[in-house]
Design a protein around this ligand. Sequence first.
Ligand SMILES: [Zn+2]
Ligand SMILES: [Zn+2]
Length: 358
Amino acid sequence: MGHDDDLIVQRREGLYCPQGDFYIDPWRPVARAVITHAHADHARVGHAHYLAAAPAEGVLRARLGEITLQTLAYGEVIDHHGVRLSLHPAGHVLGSAQVRVEHRGRVWVASGDYYVAGHDHDAREHNPSCAPFEPVRCDCFITESTFGLPIYRWVPQREVYADIDRWWSTNAEAGRASLLMGYSFGKAQRILAGVDARIGPIVAHGAVATINDAYRAAGVALPTTHSVLDLDKASLKRALVIAPPSVQASPWTRRFGEYSDAFASGWMQLRGARRRRSVDRGFVLSDHADWPGLQRAIAATGASRVIVTHGYESVMVGWLSAHGFEAGAFATEYGDEQEDRVEAGEAGRVDATAGDAA
Ligand SMILES: [Zn+2]
Ligand SMILES: [Zn+2]
């Protein structure tokens, strides 16, 4: 499907802009890397020069350490070898950006990972922990497709938060801690920004606390969180504990005594995923667009050509082709977010349990 003058092409190292001589989220070390966001599969160590959105700086440095980093405010344009480049909010995690490149009047946008609110006019449906997705007009849109299957349709976020609050309240009244597991970067802060902190104290696992600090430093309002060592036994029994999935069944959880556990992820839409995780509850809370969200985001770009990456490429390409788009796919080496590899594997088995909300 490639054309000679494409603005972004696929190379061994990653997605590449030949006119500007830079890569976007490369998976092998390169001279110039534009980074859409700080998740491990997109932001890797070893590049000579990094460019990212300004709000991403804290989390990028927390995860990658010493890097040569240049930042741009959202919407700020730089000219590089005659290519105009700017970054625009993707609504996925703090600092996540779509990359807009313009050359000789043509515009391409690479989405990175993105989340769009299910209900456009309801601000409560945005990811409360970062700037909301902003549609950018372009000729060609490179879209992610992590949840690019028709079975993925998120229920309104406010209902998910209400469910989490109810589960936490019920546990607190019964005198048991509520252990809620999710990615330490992105999901954890999104949960924190959305729950009702009046229900009880909130404990953040160390991996989560480090990222919380970067969010707070960037001006994101999060409720007060405590180290597990700061709370006495009575307080722990009423606490919401936010931790990465790696703590499940580990010695770290023993200090809570009796507790209820839950997992927050888009994959929880599949009943089988929750069962295989063997947790009490699964909350369907995703930082990626669902199937209708992907379609709405694609339509809003006005692009006639769409290149699908990072997910169910063939299903989405088929849908796009049937709806008049020039569609193709790039094979990328993005995984799912590092801590959730197990669920990524499970998503391949969507057969019998398809469409069943956990
Ligand atoms: Zn991501
Ligand atoms: Zn990703």
